[in-house]
Design a protein. Structure first.
Lengths: 128, 403
């Protein structure tokens, strides 16, 4: 669809934020940590960069503020410090579709590269 | 003791970060300031207080990131302010000149004897300045959030429409005037049809009504300016033929009428004044402004329909236009049919007169009762479309987001 086409290709920051939010609502610091973890520290996003990206993604309707705070999740050390300043974000339908389309694009690129033997030792296994 | 030290350290860090936040544009501070402070606290606690990062390393990262973000947000804010300021700078002289031109036109019968030959010169100088400022004002729009595709679409179709207007003017000047002289049978005209459709395309492609408005209105504006300018140029070029009665067209008849109405043979300036400003009441100028307003309305309606369709598309996870909500689809088809009907009626009407559309046709068609009722019907339809779009809870819109 044209909407999604106009959004692609996504920047690394936008892509990793969408990836972080694909598994559920998160607040700013959770997104920051998730991005660092998912990108294996390749994408380091400070607070300023994070909120600049969130602002643009909100304007593009890729994400939205969640209506209410979710219950504290296990393994998140800062959940106990939640207060009214914390805002949670989630993907919109458009954001989810943009993310899926981008994943498909990556998949096609990898597939083409494999067909052309450009990645002889490449494996899609995670962590390899 | 360590807890107390950590607390003091954290408070100092928060104060320092709060100072950074003051450097952001006001809107950004208001929207995200508290959240950013909270995120910073989380980060500080997680990185420094747990000993995962040294304080120096932590602050180096923060300062580097904030410096980049500050520049980016300030530049973005500056760009927005620049566009807003440009518009504000244009709007004052624009309105002033518009009022001045209208005042001179309406006050023509009183002012002409007082000012003498200066009257025509003043009117034309103000009118030319008005057009130039109007062009500058419109130019500020593409720098905002209007999508380049829609700008190009508007400009290309505006160029095509301009050629049509110029051809229409040439024919009107050179061809003999139709014996019936009137064109009241014309319902609405080709320009609103074209502009409404372009508005629809613009609105649908971006999901924003104002993109459609701009795309459509740029056609009307270009057409209006080119039409008026080409009319002036034709009169100047053919002045010799007009003076000697070689033209049997509407323009030639206008000259004869002016000669009869005044005691002397009209000069080029006074004839141009008559052609552009009519009988001292600013009729063509007023009509031009009304045309632009109606065209803007059509473009906005088209843009609103396009944006509503886009929202429906997104809400239904569908792709093509026929897969929108039933009410939106039915109303869109109705509107398009209505537009096509109006367009075909116009073509038939013009075909009977063996000529192209002229600006005078626009004025008569816009003020006819059928046109007014048509517009009212159109407004009712768009109200339904907007209501149906508002009923849709999901309103994702598209824009260039992946910056």
């Amino acid at each position: 669809m044209k909407t999604i086409n106009t959004l692609a290709p996504l920047t690394p920051a936008v892509f990793y934020i969408l990836l972080a939010l694909a598994s559920g609502e998160k607040h700013g610091y959770e997104i920051m940590k998730q991005v660092k973890q998912d990108s294996q520290s390749q994408v380091k996003m400070g607070t300023g960069t994070l909120y600049g990206s969130l602002k643009r993604m909100l304007a593009a309707r890729l994400i939205e503020e969640a209506g209410s705070l979710p219950a504290p999740q296990a393994g998140l050390p800062d959940s106990t410090h939640s207060d009214e300043r914390r805002r949670y974000y989630r993907l919109t339908e458009l954001g989810r579709r943009a993310f899926t389309t981008e994943l498909q694009r990556y998949s096609q690129v990898v597939s083409i590269a494999q067909q052309r033997s450009l990645l002889p030792n490449f494996s899609l296994e995670p962590g390899l | 003791m360590k807890q107390h030290e950590d607390g003091q350290k954290r408070a100092r860090a928060e104060r320092a970060y709060a100072w950074f936040l003051h450097l952001y544009p006001g809107a950004h501070q208001r929207a995200f300031g508290q959240q950013m402070l909270q995120t910073f606290q989380d980060h500080f606690r997680d990185a420094v207080e747990t000993g995962r990062e040294s304080e120096l390393w932590f602050w180096l990262g923060v300062v580097g990131d904030e410096a980049k973000s500050l520049v980016r947000e300030q530049v973005a804010a500056l760009r927005e302010r620049k566009v807003a300021m440009k518009r504000a700078l244009f709007i004052v002289p624009l309105v002033g000149l518009l009022l001045l031109v209208l005042a001179l036109s309406f006050g023509g019968p009183i002012l002409r004897p007082i000012l003498g030959l200066m009257f025509e010169g003043l009117v034309f100088a103000f009118y030319a300045a008005l057009l130039v400022i109007l062009m500058g004002y419109v130019r500020s729009f593409p720098q905002s959030e209007i999508r380049p595709m829609c700008v190009r679409l508007g400009l290309v179709l505006g160029g095509i429409f301009s050629l049509y207007v110029v051809a229409s003017n040439v024919i009107n000047v050179l061809m003999p005037a139709p014996s019936d002289g009137g064109s009241d049978a014309i319902l609405l005209t080709l320009p609103p049809l074209l502009i409404g459709l372009v508005g629809l395309i613009g609105g649908h492609s971006s999901g924003r009504t104002r993109t459609g408005t701009f795309a459509g209105l740029s056609i009307g504006f270009i057409g209006l300016v080119v039409g008026q300018m080409s009319w002036l140029l034709l009169v100047v070029l053919l002045w010799h033929a007009i003076q000697h009665g070689a033209l049997q067209s509407g323009l030639g008849m206008d000259f004869q009428r002016d000669s009869l109405n005044s005691d002397r043979i009209p000069s080029l300036w006074s004839f141009l004044n008559w052609e552009i400003f009519g009988d001292g009441i600013g009729f063509p100028v007023t009509v031009g402004i009304i045309i632009l307003t109606v065209e803007g309305l059509c473009a906005t309606i088209g843009g609103a329909i396009g944006a509503a369709l886009r929202r429906s598309d997104n809400g239904n996870h569908q792709i093509a236009l026929p897969t929108t909500t039933p009410i939106g689809f039915i109303l869109t088809i109705s509107v398009l049919s209505l537009l096509l009907w109006a367009g075909s009626a116009e073509f038939q009407s013009l075909g009977g007169q063996h000529r192209l559309l002229a600006l005078s046709d626009l004025s008569s068609s816009f003020t006819s009762p059928s046109a007014v009722s048509w517009l009212l019907g159109f407004l009712v339809v768009i109200a339904f479309v907007l209501v149906s779009a508002r009923l849709n809870p999901t309103r994702p819109e598209a824009s260039a987001a992946s910056r």
